[in-house]
Every structure is written in C-alpha cells, then in structure tokens.
Design a protein around this ligand. Structure first.
Ligand code: 2AM
Length: 172
C-alpha cells in the first residue's frame, strides 16, 4: 500500500568504471560481498520514511550545492562491531563535508528525521559478515564523484536491492 514506509538513504552513486575498480578491491576482503550494482557511499541514512516525504526529499536533492569533487580511494577499513569491510579515503574533500552538512541542514529545516550518530566516515561497504581486509598493497584509484542519489532499499526474495528513485549530477 502507498502508506507503507520506504527505507531510504542519500548516496554518492558510482559510475561503471568506479564500480569495476571497487569490484577489484573486493578481492582483498572475505565475507558476504556487496553485489557490484549495489556498491555506493552513503551520505545520509534516512531509514523508514512515509511516501509523502518523497516530494520534499526530491526538492532537497535538487537544491544541494553543485560541487563535484574527487575521492581518492586509497584505504581499506574495517568496522569491528558491524563486521563490515570497506573502501574509503585517507583524505575527505572539503566539498564532501560541505555537501553532507548542507544535506543535514536541509533535512532538519524540513523536519525530516535521519541518522546523525555517525561522525561521517565516508565509506563504501565491500563486504558484510566480513573479516578484516587483507593487509596487502593495492592500486589506489580516483573516483570522480558526479552523481548523488536518493535510494530506496528493498528486499526482493531475501535479496537486498537498491533502487535509485531520483538522482542528479553534482556539477552543472
Ligand atoms: P553500511 O554500508 O555501513 O551498513 C543502506 O543501508 C546504506 O545506509 C548502507 O550504506 C549503510 O551503511 C547506510 N547506513 C547508515 N546508517 C545506517 C543505519 N543506522 N542503519 C542501516 N543502514 C545505515
């Protein structure tokens, strides 16, 4: 029914070349690997939201600052408690912090609840139920972040699927 809440989040959405590079990095991790089409970096997790919030979320997305940036993917990390192996960067670009803060402010202004516990470590989950990533060298690569998306998380026959509801380019 249309009154059923949607599980939503805002994410940096990788292009195909970046997905392939991330998939190669997945060789360094043991666990339940994220399917290649699901790879992303969460900007803000909204959790369950009523469908009536969709229009305002789309407006918020459209009004975010138009600044593209690059993420140097040069780091493999591990969340011990969550058993998540991830890829990320040693350097968080200022534009990314600005983007995340603008998004948080817009959500608060519109009274939309979101998860703000994380002190924002941008990361791409490579595997769940994972062991710490293998300690061996890998080739860092550059992700030119251009696409930001409002994404719905669904379970299809026990299979986790992410559906991009609306997305936009960061640069004009
Ligand atoms: P994770 O990969 O580190 O688990 C969809 O669940 C996306 O939202 C994932 O990228 C997930 O991050 C992120 N996320 C952030 N906070 C979350 C929360 N409280 N519950 C579930 N997912 C969360």
């Amino acid at each position: 029914a249309s009154d059923k809440p949607l599980r939503l989040f805002f994410a940096l959405w990788p292009d195909d070349a970046t997905r392939e590079a991330l998939q190669i990095l997945q060789m360094h991790v043991h666990g339940r690997r994220t399917r290649v089409e699901n790879l992303h970096a969460t900007l803000t997790f909204l959790g369950n939201q009523p469908a009536v919030h969709l229009p305002v979320l789309k407006t918020i997305l459209a009004d975010l600052p138009r600044i593209g940036f690059t993420l140097q993917i040069d780091r493999l990390g591990y969340f011990k408690r969550k058993h998540i192996a991830w890829a990320g960067s040693h350097a968080t670009p200022k534009a990314l912090v600005t983007l995340q803060e603008s998004l948080a402010q817009a959500l608060m202004r519109h009274g939309i609840a979101f998860d703000r516990k994380n002190d924002f470590t941008p990361h791409i989950t490579l595997a769940r139920d994972a062991e710490p990533p293998l300690d061996r060298p890998f080739d860092p690569f550059t992700w030119e972040v251009k696409q930001i998306a409002l994404v719905q998380s669904t379970q299809e026959g026990g299979r986790l699927a992410y559906q991009v509801l609306v997305s936009r380019h960061l640069e004009e």
